[in-house]
Design a protein around this ligand. Structure first.
Ligand code: ZN
Ligand code: ZN
Ligand code: ZN
Length: 120
């Protein structure tokens, strides 16, 4: 039986047929799976996100123009990537802390920006 539409359906209606059979875990039929996929809203573009994207783009341009130099991680000396502690201010794109991926991740976990690694 489909866990969503509660219809008794042939096993062919389930994409994870083998899983369904072996575990007898209720799953949604292909139709419902497709529907729920469509219902998932696209990532929202908030003003905050747009600001961060703009700052990151300016940082990339500053690096390309030689105004900013990629530096090693300030904590361990590993390959650095630009972390922006603050996205506000006219030169926010130049206010960069260089951190390796590991330390960058750690910084985001405890920063108010959260685990948004798409927003460096
Ligand atoms: Zn269904
Ligand atoms: Zn590091
Ligand atoms: Zn960052």
């Amino acid at each position: 039986m489909c866990s969503r539409c509660k219809r008794e359906l042939p096993l062919e209606a389930f994409s994870r047929r083998r899983h369904y059979v072996s575990t007898s875990v209720r799953s949604a039929c292909k139709e419902c799976t497709a529907k729920s996929r469509q219902a998932t809203p696209p990532p929202v573009s908030t003003p905050e996100r747009r600001l961060k994207e703009a700052v990151r783009a300016r940082t990339a341009r500053a690096i390309a123009a030689g105004k900013l130099t990629v530096q090693p991680c300030v904590k361990c000396g590993g390959a650095g990537e630009a972390h922006h502690p603050d996205y506000t201010g006219p030169d926010a794109h130049l206010q960069v802390v260089w951190l390796c991926r590991e330390h960058h991740m750690a910084e985001h976990v405890r920063s108010p920006w959260g685990r948004q690694m798409d927003l460096l």
